[in-house]
Structure formats: C-alpha cells, structure tokens
Design a binder for this molecule. Structure first.
Ligand SMILES: [Zn+2]
Length: 123
C-alpha cells in the first residue's frame, strides 16, 4: 500500500493483494477478500492504539530531558494549555508571565506540571 501507480490508458496491471484496472479511462481498484480483511484488522489495531494513547497518555521531554511526575514518578501525561493572563500578575509585577503555559497532567496521580516553554513528545 502507499504506492500510486500511473498506468497508461487501456492497460491493465495486477499488483499483489489488490488489482488496479484502467480501461477506456475508467479506473477501478479491486481488493481481494483477504486484503479487505487485512485492512479491517489493521484499521482496528490503529484505532485501538489511538484509544490507548487517550487512555494512557503520552511521554514528553523538556529541554531534551524526559519528564517524570514529581509526585509519583509516572512518565505518561495529558497535555494541556493554560493562559497566564490576569490583572493580578500586573499587580505583582509579573507581566513576563502574561503568556500561555503548557500543562502536563500526570495520568496516574493527577499532579499538574507547568512549563513556560514548549515540551515535545518523546518518541
Ligand atoms: Zn503522578
């Protein structure tokens, strides 16, 4: 998959697992039953992986250092953004804080970590 075949008009060609036919400008893709089943299983697997990420959180780095929960040492978080914008900041001469911050909420204990600079997802 992931390959685009450009075939001359009127020609027909078969590739493993799926078949592409072009006849008089009509373009058709034929999947075998096995290929459809494989795609279905692959799609379900991908969907499950996405659900797992939502459920379990992701790992992040800041300044190239792995982020670990300061409370429980867990390594997976939910990423969020918070605005640091209030009159109180001006009152306390903290206008430099008047921007957005990244929050990482620990998936295990819920401790909220604040970062003034960006964090990146650890691979
Ligand atoms: Zn924690």
């Amino acid at each position: 998959m992931g390959t685009v075949l450009l075939l001359p008009k009127g020609s027909a060609r078969t590739v493993p697992a799926l078949q592409i036919r072009i006849f008089k400008g009509v373009f058709a893709i034929y999947y075998s039953k096995e290929e459809l089943e494989r795609l279905r299983i692959e799609g379900e697997k991908k969907a499950q992986e996405m659900l797992d990420v939502v459920k379990d959180g992701r790992e992040y780095k800041s300044n190239d250092i792995d982020i670990i929960c300061v409370h429980c040492k867990h390594t997976k978080f939910d990423l969020g953004k918070a605005l640091l914008n209030s009159r109180e900041l001006t009152f306390f001469d903290l206008d430099w804080l008047d921007k957005s911050a990244v929050t990482l909420i620990c998936k295990r204990c819920g401790y909220i970590h604040w970062f003034g600079s960006n964090v990146v997802e650890a691979k």
